[in-house]
Design a protein around this ligand. Structure first.
Ligand SMILES: Nc1ncnc2c1ncn2[C@@H]1O[C@H](COP(=O)(O)OP(=O)(O)OP(=O)(O)O)[C@@H](O)[C@H]1O
Length: 595
């Protein structure tokens, strides 16, 4: 998957028109019956419309010319009743169309959302969140017009066009031919515009996505922007993105503006030709005046659907790219999935083995190179090493957020690639440095670890990690809303809540990635009990730069240059006077010799 950034336009597949229309129309399938009723209602309205000029022709040629008042009244009543029914049918069809299109949009958005949720970390690594949002929200919205118009215009207008053309040919073949003479020229002009317009609309959607990506990132990092007083710079960038968007829109819309005048011009020419031919036919006595009057009305009815269809075509072109962008995402297969019929892993004991594990995030740089180790059930392992050494990568592979480039990771002797992913993740607890809390109450955030936990269980977990006290000091206690990402709380408080959440989840394998880095040493001592409880009886991986927190681990592995440089207990490694010793001395050497 090509990497994308905010400033780069995304890669996009250009599907054929028929493929896009076909795939979009497939969404109508569950609403076949309703769509059928809508089309029938439209047909009825259309037939009423077509009947009007014909009834007028009868009124002129049969009754007005013969001064037959009764016949005229009779025709008048038919006209009124017919048009009242047409009004009623028209009203119902509008309600039904809205219901169908809205349901389809909900379905597409849901399908897209569920699909994106399953995509691997690589997908999210490779594109800004704002651009993903642009597809889920903006691009799906863009389809609304398309669906509205397809149901409303495509089928009924085509039907109407065919029906009017048949009536015209029945009335008079020469006049009918005169009416459609200009159509081939119009079609050629439209095709020419279409090929150019589609590219421009693609460009517009990409620029919109860039702006979305930028705005999302800017607001997410607003504290940094304000702290560095970069508001003016970001405003400049914002203006650039907006002006690129404006430019691409103007370019696209300029071509669109050709459509209407083109159709209107053809309509005008068509009408002149019909009147010219019609006049000579009346002169020569081939047709009566009533036929020409009816024709003059039919010509309007013939061109209106063409106008509407060209409008639909226009909408289609401007929104093809939205559909392309949605399908592009739907076609990305999640890389990390359970193998077919993969068995559940069962209750995990906690033995973890890395066998010749090599990993690279992209083709250029290997992050891990032939990593080998085995951890016994219930052992506490610390991963230490310089920034960027690959510690988080090791635990990400164990959680199967990524798959190794080569080698195997075994839990209780089973390759994690061959077991049901959910059954594995359910038994793993991961606590990261940048704790993520959802914008809901503290209680619900803790309960996220076990959705059916009672309030008592939630409070017990909070007490165990010493979070209860600060929670009770908040104005609404456990019901206090933490705001988006938990911004209402301090980093340390967020970490305590994530401890409680993990304790409640009761995982078999626990990963603490710099999970205590934001807790002050005094509180850390307080939560140490909680952490001990948390780690008890589970295999745990602790990543910590503050080495005092990992002294008691059963094994410490020093990661560097993508390999395990050293491993052993704290005392063994201190005695060895290697890398760990140096790291330890750098932090605590001023106190004693570390032993
Ligand atoms: N999603 C990613 N895409 C590409 N490269 C990545 C990604 N995540 C990490 N890396 C790279 O992989 C290497 C190892 O990163 P990792 O996060 O595992 O280091 P770490 O040892 O946990 O560092 P720290 O102590 O700073 O948390 C780094 O060079 C980093 O730039």
């Amino acid at each position: 998957m090509a990497k994308n950034t905010i400033k780069n336009d995304e890669d996009q597949l250009n599907r054929s028109k028929t493929e896009i229309v076909g795939r979009l129309l497939a969404y109508l399938n569950p609403y076949k019956f309703k769509t059928f009723i809508v089309i029938m209602l439209m047909l009825f309205v259309m037939i009423c419309g077509i009947a009007n000029p014909y009834l007028l022709k009868i009124a002129i040629d049969n009754y007005i010319q013969n001064k037959d008042v009764n016949g005229l009244v009779y025709i008048g009543i038919i006209l009124v009743v017919l048009n009242l029914f047409a009004m009623w049918a028209s009203k119902i069809r509008w309600t039904m169309i809205s219901s169908v299109t809205n349901n389809i949009l909900v379905n597409i958005r849901h399908e897209l959302y569920v699909h994106i949720q399953k995509l691997s970390f690589t997908f999210f690594d490779n594109r800004p969140v704002g651009k993903i949002l642009a597809r889920v929200m903006g691009d799906v919205n863009a389809l609304q017009n398309l669906f509205n118009q397809s149901i409303q215009n495509l089928i009924p207008e085509l039907l109407s066009l065919v029906c009017v053309a048949i009536v015209m040919f029945v009335l008079n073949v020469k006049l009918a031919f005169a009416s459609i003479l200009i159509l081939p020229l119009l079609a050629i002009a439209m095709l020419y515009i279409e090929t150019r317009a589609r590219k421009r609309w693609d460009d517009y959607r990409k620029k919109r996505s860039n702006l979305n990506g930028f705005t999302h990132e800017d607001f997410s990092g607003i504290k940094v922007v304000q702290a560095f007083a970069k508001e003016d710079d970001t405003e400049k960038s914002f203006k650039n993105f907006v002006s690129e968007l404006m430019g691409s829109f103007m370019k696209a819309v300029k071509l669109n503006d050709f459509f209407w005048p083109l159709v209107e011009l053809s309509w005008g020419i068509g009408t002149v030709v019909v009147f010219y031919v019609g006049y000579s036919l009346v002169e020569s006595g081939d047709i009566q005046v009533g036929t020409l009057v009816a024709f003059s009305l039919y010509i309007g009815m013939f061109w209106r659907p063409i106008m509407n269809l060209s409008n639909f075509y226009n909408t289609l072109i401007s929104n093809f790219s939205a559909a392309d962008r949605i399908f592009d995402i739907m076609e990305i297969d999640p890389e990390i999935i359970s193998a077919e019929n993969a068995p559940e892993i069962g209750k995990i004991n906690g033995e973890v083995t890395f066998k010749d594990v090599t990993f690279a995030y992209d083709e250029h740089t290997k992050v891990l190179n032939n990593i080998n180790f085995t951890i016994n059930p219930g052992e506490k392992i610390a991963l230490v090493g310089a920034t960027g050494a690959g510690k988080t990568t090791i635990v990400s592979l164990l959680s199967r957020f990524y798959d190794p480039t080569s080698g195997e990771i075994l839990v209780d002797g089973k390759n994690i690639k061959n077991v049901d992913l959910e059954s594995l993740r359910r038994q793993m607890g991961i606590m990261l440095q940048d704790t993520f809390l959802f914008s809901t109450s503290i209680k619900e955030n803790i309960r996220y670890g076990k959705l059916d936990a009672t309030d008592e269980e939630v409070i017990a977990a909070a007490k165990a990690v010493n979070a209860h006290e600060f929670i009770m000091k908040m104005e609404k206690g456990y019901d206090t809303d933490v705001n988006e990402r938990g911004s209402r709380l301090s980093l340390g408080q967020r970490q305590l809540i994530s401890f409680a959440r993990a304790l409640l989840a009761n995982p078999r394998i626990l990963i603490l990635d710099e999970a205590t880095s934001n807790i002050d040493t005094q509180t850390e001592r307080l939560v140490q009990d909680g952490i001990e409880k948390l780690l008890e009886g589970r295999t745990s991986f602790v990543i910590a730069h503050r080495l005092s927190t990992i002294r008691d681990c059963d094994k410490i592995m020093v990661i560097g240059d993508g390999v395990v440089k050293e491993s052993g207990s704290h005392d063994e490694l201190i005695k060895r006077r290697g890398r760990y010793y140096k790291l330890y001395m750098a932090q605590y050497g001023f106190m004693n010799d570390g032993a």
